[in-house]
Every structure is written in C-alpha cells, then in structure tokens.
Ligand binder design. Structure first.
Ligand SMILES: CC(C)(COP(=O)(O)OP(=O)(O)OC[C@H]1O[C@@H](n2cnc3c(N)ncnc32)[C@H](O)[C@@H]1OP(=O)(O)O)[C@@H](O)C(=O)NCCC(=O)NCCS
Length: 176
C-alpha cells in the first residue's frame, strides 16, 4: 500500500490501530518501557490529542499507509512540568526507511512556521540509538543528559534557524 504524503490528526476511530502500534514489543520497548498500554490509556491519549488540537493547534498526527497506521508523531506534554516534546513511533514494517526523520522534520517546520515556536524539544532514552540518530539527522542538538526514573535520558532541541544535516522530504501537516 502506498504511504500517505500527509500527516492527519489522530481521531477516535484510530483506537484499534494505535493500540496495535503502541503494544508492538519493538515499538513499546523504549516508548512504554515494554509495558502493556491499556485501552483506557489509548482512549485518553486520543482525547487529549483532540483537546490539544482544539486549544493549542497541535497534538498527535497519524501517517497512514492505506492498510495500517504507519506511524504516529506529534508534540506531547511530558513529565510533571508538562514540557512539550516531539514524539514519534513508526510501525516495524516501515522502520529504517527515513520516515521518523521526515516526521520530525515536518512537525518542526509546522511548529516554527504555523505555531510560531522558537524551539522544539525532544528527549529519548540514551540506549534508544535509532531515536538519537533520528534527532541528529533532523537537526536537533543535545542539550542535557539526566537520569529520570532510573533511566539515562538525553535531551535535545532544534531551533528555528538550525541547519538540518539531512533534509528529507516533508509530509504535508493537516489540521482538524
Ligand atoms: C526510533 C524510530 C522512531 C526510528 O524510526 P525510523 O523511521 O526507522 O527512523 P529513520 O529511518 O528516520 O532513521 C533511523 C536511523 O537510526 C539508525 N539506527 C536504527 N537502529 C539503530 C541502532 N540500534 N543503533 C544505531 N543506529 C540505529 C538507522 O540506521 C537510521 O540512521 P541512518 O539513516 O544514519 O542509517 C523507530 O525505531 C520506532 O518507532 N521506535 C519505537 C518508538 C520510539 O522509540 N520512539 C522514540 C521515542 S519518542
């Protein structure tokens, strides 16, 4: 099936597909620390994403391939301080094809040009080398490293005018 060239906002009807994606052991290894993501959590994520789009103009976007959810990505509030960070997950079938880098690049462009952000932040478990590499390729720079919940965590940011070492084709970013 062909990959969409647009990112569309996550919607209620995506619950089954998001459940499959997040509960894939490869995808959930770092994103969910290998824990099962309960259905009520999936439903809450969808509701929060929809509310965030309403209130702030951003949330989680889906990349479809016509048969399944190829990826989900967006800007999400993390930790107690609810700091907004870039997040992405790509279905195993689509990994290793540059999709996460394109997602990161597309959402950064949207944040800078449509939302007026000066900076987009991200963090990742230090052992998640694929995620670190995605951020490097998408023009992020490391800013900090901390142990959070016993896990070494690396922090990154990309500023509006940053040079992007690998300039992948951007997806169109749709809004509700
Ligand atoms: C991290 C993830 C999003 C990457 O998606 P992807 O579409 O495969 O990423 P890309 O193809 O754009 O780039 C991956 C890069 O990591 C590299 N890579 C992959 N596995 C690696 C590993 N174990 N060690 C080092 N580099 C690795 C790839 O070679 C590639 O770099 P290259 O282009 O220089 O060769 C995907 O693996 C995923 O969904 N993981 C689960 C969810 C997750 O951990 N999300 C991040 C937390 S927000």
């Amino acid at each position: 099936m062909p990959l969409s060239d647009a990112l569309r906002p996550l919607r209620g009807a995506d619950a089954d597909a998001l459940d499959r994606l997040f509960n894939d052991p490869v995808v959930g290894r770092y994103l969910w620390d290998g824990n099962k993501v309960e259905r009520h959590v999936i439903d809450d994520i969808i509701k929060q994403s929809q509310a965030n789009f309403q209130q702030h103009g951003h949330g989680l976007w889906v990349l479809d391939d016509g048969a399944q959810m190829a990826a989900v990505a967006g800007l999400w509030p993390f930790r107690e301080e609810q700091s907004l960070e870039l997040i992405y997950a790509v279905a195993v079938k689509w990994q290793g094809k540059g999709i996460a880098t394109r997602l990161a690049h597309s959402i950064c462009n949207f944040a800078f040009t449509e939302l007026g952000f000066d900076v987009v932040r991200a963090s990742t478990d230090a052992p998640n080398r694929a995620s670190v590499r995605v951020l490097e390729k998408a023009g992020f720079e490391g800013t900090d490293g901390k142990t959070i919940d016993d896990k070494p965590t690396l922090f990154f940011e990309r500023r509006g005018g940053a040079t992007v070492p690998y300039a992948p084709g951007a997806f169109e970013v749709l809004t509700p």
